[in-house]
Design a binder for this molecule. Structure first.
Ligand SMILES: [Fe+2]
Length: 199
């Protein structure tokens, strides 16, 4: 087994690689939704999540697996309930790979609670689930253009509607940031969004 140690916690790199590959393959399928997401979101979001997990001494393995899988429901089944469908897909896949039931539950908690737009349903109790939500938001600000890609290409909105939609989505994401230092990290980008698209 190919493993690395982080703060005395073993990380199963072989399993993480299998999950990464699974997500990449799902994105390549002809009927995949948001097929560009692997390139424009999953890779960068996983990197941010892993860094946060190491910084906060969280369970890096759970965070890495949840980062790869957090939007799998949107790819396979569409955006609407992707936190729920994603958790079910993750559960099935991880069980097939003989992952421990305890960690499957941790991964599912991350996926079920990662959406800011599903406020009221969110119960981010673990540091791992907070990290997944935070990394998702930080990644959105890393490449504002991809917010337009989603809104114009996948959601098929007009340019005028897309501006309002992207502005509202990014305002909502900004308000979700919980960790100390996160807002400072992206403040200039958020202010630029308000300047460019605000009224
Ligand atoms: Fe995401």
């Amino acid at each position: 087994m190919n493993c690395r140690f982080l703060d005395y916690k073993m990380v199963n790199e072989v399993l993480i690689e299998k999950i990464r590959k699974f997500v990449e393959e799902e994105c390549k399928k002809p009927d995949a939704n948001y097929s560009n997401a692997y390139k424009f979101h999953f890779i960068s979001m996983h990197k941010i999540a892993k860094e946060l997990a190491e910084k906060f001494s969280a369970d890096v393995e759970v965070v890495e697996i949840a980062a790869w899988l957090h939007d799998i429901g949107a790819i396979v089944d569409g955006r609407e309930n992707h936190h729920i469908t994603g958790a079910l897909i993750a559960e099935e896949k991880l069980r097939k790979l003989n992952y421990s039931e305890k960690n499957i539950e941790k991964v599912k908690e991350c996926i079920l609670n990662h959406r800011g737009s599903k406020e009221g349903e969110n119960k981010r109790l673990s540091i791992e689930s907070k990290i997944i939500a935070e990394a998702d938001v930080l990644d959105a600000f890393d490449n504002i253009a991809k917010q337009f890609l989603v809104t114009l290409v996948y959601e098929k909105k007009s340019l005028e509607d897309a501006k309002i939609s992207v502005l509202n989505k990014l305002k909502n994401k900004w308000n979700q940031l919980e960790f100390e230092g996160s807002k400072e990290l992206i403040r200039s980008k958020f202010e630029a969004v308000i300047l460019l698209f605000g009224d």
